[in-house]
Ligand binder design. Structure first.
Ligand code: CO
Length: 164
């Protein structure tokens, strides 16, 4: 089942989400439905506040061939470097922005079996994780962007990058 995506400026997107205290059948179903919702919108990540649930949960799939990454109660444990790149968000259609992020991160999280993992990520994958984890603290990419762009401006920016 697909969920409707909560759109900016809904107040729920600004709220700090609650920690998951138990992995229930409802939570597992929610994870499945979040994945379905993300794929239906051609997204690479989706956080629970975006489907109206104030919980510290996110799903990520940077590429179709990648495994689905399900983050429950993720925590940032280490980071280094900085990189700036374009971001977008299913909750803010038509808006793009240049956002500075850590280049490399290490996070700790739980999966749907309740197993704790540590994960190191860099580059684009690291960026998606940071974007989704920001949602859990009520932060949107438009608040961190050093430059906001329309779709037209974003396409132009990408073309200029390719021509360099
Ligand atoms: Co987003």
């Amino acid at each position: 089942m697909k969920y409707p995506v909560v759109l900016h400026p809904d107040k729920l997107l600004k709220r700090k989400a609650e920690k998951v205290t138990a992995i229930t059948e409802e939570l597992v179903t929610m994870l499945d439905n979040m994945y379905e919702t993300m794929v239906a919108h051609d997204g690479v990540g989706l956080a629970a506040p975006q489907i109206g649930q104030s919980l510290r949960v996110a799903v990520i799939q940077a590429d179709e061939e990648d495994d689905i990454l399900e983050l429950i109660n993720p925590e940032l444990v280490a980071y280094e470097g900085e990189t700036v790149d374009i971001e977008a968000c299913l909750s803010i259609p038509g808006q793009y922005g240049l956002v500075p992020r850590y280049d490399r991160i290490v996070i700790r999280y739980f999966d749907r079996e309740g197993v704790e993992y540590e994960l190191e990520a860099d580059d684009y994958f690291s960026r998606i994780i940071q974007h989704e984890m920001d949602h859990l603290d009520g932060h949107l990419f438009i608040d961190k962007a050093t430059k906001l762009m329309t779709e037209e401006e974003m396409v132009q920016y990408m073309e200029e990058l390719e021509n360099d």
